[in-house]
Design a protein around this ligand. Structure first.
Ligand SMILES: Cc1cc2nc3c(=O)[nH]c(=O)nc-3n(C[C@H](O)[C@H](O)[C@H](O)COP(=O)(O)OP(=O)(O)OC[C@H]3O[C@@H](n4cnc5c(N)ncnc54)[C@H](O)[C@@H]3O)c2cc1C
Length: 331
């Protein structure tokens, strides 16, 4: 995993885009030692910055995709205030202009590949943030792009006017509350051969997109996606873990991930993305006396249905006891 180079920064301004999505404009203020240079690194479409957030008295890190080209030396991010939250988004929403921040320069794990014969972009809810930057960049380059943007209700639409102005009829909106149904098959069929598909949104949308793309027979390598690593089908509740092989028994709190709890218990885990994409932290499930909530995009639907393995960084049990094996891992 890439090490973060932390810099001081200042919140310049905020603006509400919807009732629960707020835009933040952030100016870097040199490196931690107070270097005179601003330290601004222009983000490429799909990039995100890291921000230190304070949760209680704990310093934690949250990632936020940069929105738009940020050509004026300010990082722009849009943060959704989450109800079921450990506190990162709530912390961001408590900030006022002038607040001092610590950020790490943009990194990109959701790169836009240029010069493709076509681009189909799909965003759900707050997943619009990286997709918005991609849509603007592609439209500016006159690339053949179509954006499908799904939201629960019109009130949840962020960047709708900006996108409409730039994309015109290349933007298709799907508003759940109005009964608009997203049908991916014809959209994928209309994409030029060799075209790429970029997706960011909630787990359900992501799974639907993966299934439709696989069904189209197009190469998996031409579909790229990013997850924000949160949310599942079930509420986030505490549960108990038993690992007979290591003689371990411990609780996983509602405010920690299974991976965090395994590491705290001394299990030698391997992990990388920590958002259910890479599959490095998966462990075999021996038994579960509660419902498993697979929150990853690493396993296929069939693999998840077997419930024989889970991604410990995001997936969890909806209460009860989860018995795991650790095979080659040691306490
Ligand atoms: C690359 C990247 C880019 C991102 N870009 C954006 C962005 O542009 N805008 C934006 O708003 N967010 C973005 N995020 C998400 C953001 O980093 C935070 O996760 C988000 O703000 C929620 O943080 P939180 O502390 O409020 O809630 P968290 O507690 O971190 O997460 C809230 C969600 O996770 C679930 N959850 C809570 N506790 C646990 C647990 N112990 N185990 C598993 N799940 C749990 C909750 O049910 C809830 O749905 C991005 C994330 C990544 C990785």
């Amino acid at each position: 995993m890439q090490l973060a180079h932390w810099r001081a920064a200042r919140l310049v301004a905020t603006r509400d885009l919807t009732h629960d999505i707020r835009l933040f404009e952030i100016a870097p203020a040199g490196d931690e030692a107070g270097a005179a240079t601003s330290g601004f690194v222009a983000p490429s479409p799909g990039s995100h910055i890291l921000i230190e957030v304070l949760i209680g008295d704990r310093v934690e890190t949250r990632s936020y995709s940069t929105v738009g080209p940020c050509g004026d030396g300010l990082y722009r991010i849009a943060v959704k205030r989450l109800k079921a939250s450990r506190g990162g988004s709530a912390y961001m929403w408590r900030l006022s202009p002038g607040a001092r921040l610590k950020i790490a320069a943009p990194r990109n794990q959701f790169d836009l590949a240029w010069h493709k014969p076509g681009y189909l972009l799909l965003a759900g809810g707050i997943g619009i943030t990286p997709i918005y930057s991609m849509a603007l960049a592609l439209a500016a380059a006159n690339a053949p792009v179509r954006l499908l943007y799904a939201v629960r209700s019109k009130a949840d639409l962020a960047f709708g006017d900006e996108l409409g102005a730039v994309l015109g009829d290349r933007l298709a909106l799907f508003v759940d509350a109005d009964g608009n149904r997203l049908d991916l098959e014809p959209e994928i069929s209309a994409l030029a051969p060799g075209g790429e598909f970029y997706v960011c949104g909630p787990l359900g949308l992501m799974e639907m997109a993966r299934q439709a793309w696989a069904g189209s027979g197009r190469p998996a390598t031409l579909m790229r996606f990013e997850t924000f690593g949160n949310g599942g089908r079930l509420a986030t509740v505490p549960f108990h873990v038993a690992i007979p092989r290591l003689g371990l028994d411990f609780d996983v709190g509602a405010d920690e991930t299974l991976l965090d709890a395994l590491e705290k218990a001394g299990v030698a885990m391997i992990s990388d993305c920590r958002k259910g994409e890479c599959g490095l932290c998966t462990l075999p499930v021996l038994a579960a006396d509660g419902p498993l909530d697979h929150r990853d995009v690493f396993f296929s639907g069939e693999e998840k249905a077997k419930n024989s393995k889970l991604c410990t960084c995001v997936s969890r049990l909806g209460g009860g006891i989860l018995t795991l094996d650790t095979c080659d891992r040691k306490a």
